[in-house]
Design a protein around this ligand. Structure first.
Ligand SMILES: [Zn+2]
Ligand SMILES: [Zn+2]
Length: 410
């Protein structure tokens, strides 16, 4: 196999692994081959190896048979975090010796900043508190958001931590703790992404997206410079009078002239769209005022609605809060105006202890339900980037119902 073929195969393999690691756990891809592939790599194949070991040697090679796959899947370990740091560092180690002397002073300064930022945000995202619900923080997290009586109802306890679940919180099965506004557990940072560190996670995504785009653009310009040294006719955007054969020969020459710059450029050109894709997905969730976890709950509600099992009725405004299960005050500008419940038989709920007033109405569409956690894109962003920001004073008028636009949820 020629050098260039080896480089291409290596780049394809790393891109593929990055792709599966990025998107394997995405709820939007729950029932696709990508999710299956992710489980295959992390659970089925390790378990298969263990089964063979068990059959041949009685499990002597790997003594902790059976628990390994479980550990890899559910355990908290920095495997992917290390993979990510290695990918960054090795790429920079290969790229910089060839590229640095050819960069202008301006690009050297910008490049240095672009290289350092992902490490800083990775550190902050991985090691800051994602918003763990403890006895000390419980009261504070209870007062961030009201219960929406749709995805989150008051009075529910975490079965593991035995705490009253704050609105929008979730128990992380990997870290075995409840986290305020948990988005998801991220294997790249080996930490939960929640109220406390979601801004660092987004900045990590953004800085990585910018670094790969910038490195890719610089690398491509160097590759085409190398190729032009051979033939001045070469341009990345192929000239019509140039044959494809000739174009690829020159391109290969441009990559081979500096294998370090060439291979890393190929890698970032292929992985950059993945990072932008993931960033775009999170931007969309912010636009919808939801989280990865909540988007799954909305999907489940859509299924209930399709079956005709979802009912709603009015909640009074102002409403008397439950003194034991709800905070007496939250900093959120919007209060729930309805309660949504599911019934097992498709008949109207007849539980008289349910809150609300008036008659029950069957709901068919998500768009008919208001997401009280969506207060508009910019305020949703402020909520993520400015911890403990109080929206009450600024948005008092929003308390009047019916003024805000409805959006379809993710
Ligand atoms: Zn918990
Ligand atoms: Zn976690």
């Amino acid at each position: 196999m020629g050098l260039i073929a080896k480089v291409v195969v290596g780049v394809l393999a790393i891109t593929f692994m990055t792709f599966v690691a990025f998107f394997g756990r995405l709820p939007a891809l729950r029932h696709t081959p990508i999710a299956w592939l992710y489980r295959a790599i992390w659970v089925y194949i390790p378990n298969g190896i263990l089964a063979v070991d068990q059959a041949l040697t009685g499990g002597r090679i790997i003594s902790s048979a059976g628990t390994f796959g479980h550990y890899v899947w559910y355990g908290r370990h920095p495997t992917v975090l290390i993979f990510y740091i290695l990918l960054l560092s090795v790429s920079e180690f290969l790229y910089l010796p060839g590229a640095w002397p050819r960069m202008s002073r301006f690009h050297q300064v910008v490049g240095a900043i672009a290289i350092i930022l992902p490490y800083i945000f990775l550190y902050l995202a991985a090691f800051s508190d994602p918003g763990v619900v403890t006895a000390a923080t419980h009261a504070r997290y209870m007062s961030l958001y009201p219960y929406d009586f749709t995805l989150f109802h008051p009075g529910q306890q975490c079965r593991t931590c035995h705490v009253l679940k704050p609105p929008r919180s979730k128990h992380c099965a990997v870290c075995k703790r409840c986290v305020a506004r948990l988005d998801h557990h991220c294997v790249f940072i080996n930490n939960c992404v929640g109220y406390g560190n979601q801004h660092w996670f987004l900045l990590l995504l953004l800085s990585t997206a910018l670094l790969t785009t910038y490195g890719g653009a610089l690398g491509l310009s160097m590759i085409s410079e190398n190729a032009r040294a051979r033939s001045s006719i070469f341009s990345l955007w192929k000239h019509p009078q140039q044959s494809w054969h000739h174009y690829f020969i020159l391109l290969t020459y441009g990559i081979q002239s500096d294998v370090g710059v060439g291979s890393v450029t190929l890698l970032v050109v292929m992985t950059s769209p993945l990072v932008w894709g993931l960033l775009g997905y999170h931007a969309y969730l912010i636009y919808c005022g939801t989280t990865t976890n909540e988007s799954m709950k909305w999907q489940d509600w859509q299924v209930e609605m399709d079956d005709g099992f979802a009912f709603r009725r009015r909640l009074p405004i102002p409403r008397n809060r439950h003194p034991k299960f709800e905070a007496s005050w939250t900093r959120w500008p919007v209060e729930p105006a309805q309660i949504l419940v599911r019934t097992v038989d498709g008949e109207q709920p007849n539980d008289t202890s349910l809150p609300g007033e008036g008659s029950w109405e069957r709901v068919w569409h998500l768009r008919d339900i208001e997401n009280i956690y969506d207060i508009g894109f910019w305020d949703n962003l402020v909520d993520i980037f400015v911890p403990n920001h109080s929206f009450r004073v600024e948005a008092q008028s929003d308390l009047e119902r019916g003024k805000r636009n409805r959006k379809t949820k993710a």
